[in-house]
Design a protein. Structure first.
Length: 144
């Protein structure tokens, strides 16, 4: 029960932050990505508002054995740059640049995003279904 309440509050705060920051406005996001055109630097504040607090939170989390909800803290991931991370990042960036949405803002924009937001979410879901098979083929090719 406590976990569900915490998840609901966290999701609500995240969604509100997306709305307030303008991350659900595709023209604002595409303006941020258009560094050689009509660049809109305001989303740098969103980035800073996320990265700066997380720097300190990660330092605190490193010293804890359990989370605030009592569950074990996960191990820190290996800082390894592999083909899966590179390919995934490139695909994510391409989708973000083309659509002006990423998964969180796409979900938040469902209520007002029109057909474009729904098409993006369907395409994202299709990509999630296809991705494991594609990753398996890439891993096999890399091992060969």
């Amino acid at each position: 029960m406590k976990r569900n309440v915490f998840s609901f509050i966290s999701g609500g705060l995240f969604g509100a932050g997306l709305l307030v920051s303008g991350m659900v406005d595709t023209t604002k996001v595409q303006g941020w990505l258009d560094v050689f055109g009509d660049w809109d630097p305001t989303l740098a504040f969103v980035l800073g508002g996320a990265v700066i607090p997380m720097f300190f939170i990660w330092r605190i989390a490193e010293r804890r054995a359990v989370s605030a909800l009592g569950t074990p803290m996960p191990a820190r991931p290996e800082p390894k740059l592999g083909h899966n991370l590179v390919i995934g990042s490139v695909l994510f960036g391409m989708g973000w640049g083309l659509a002006g949405l990423c998964p969180g803002p796409a979900m938040a924009s469902l209520s007002f995003g029109g057909v474009g937001g729904a098409v993006f979410l369907l395409a994202m879901a299709a990509g999630m279904v296809v991705a494991p098979g594609v990753r398996l083929r890439i891993d096999r090719h890399a091992a060969a």
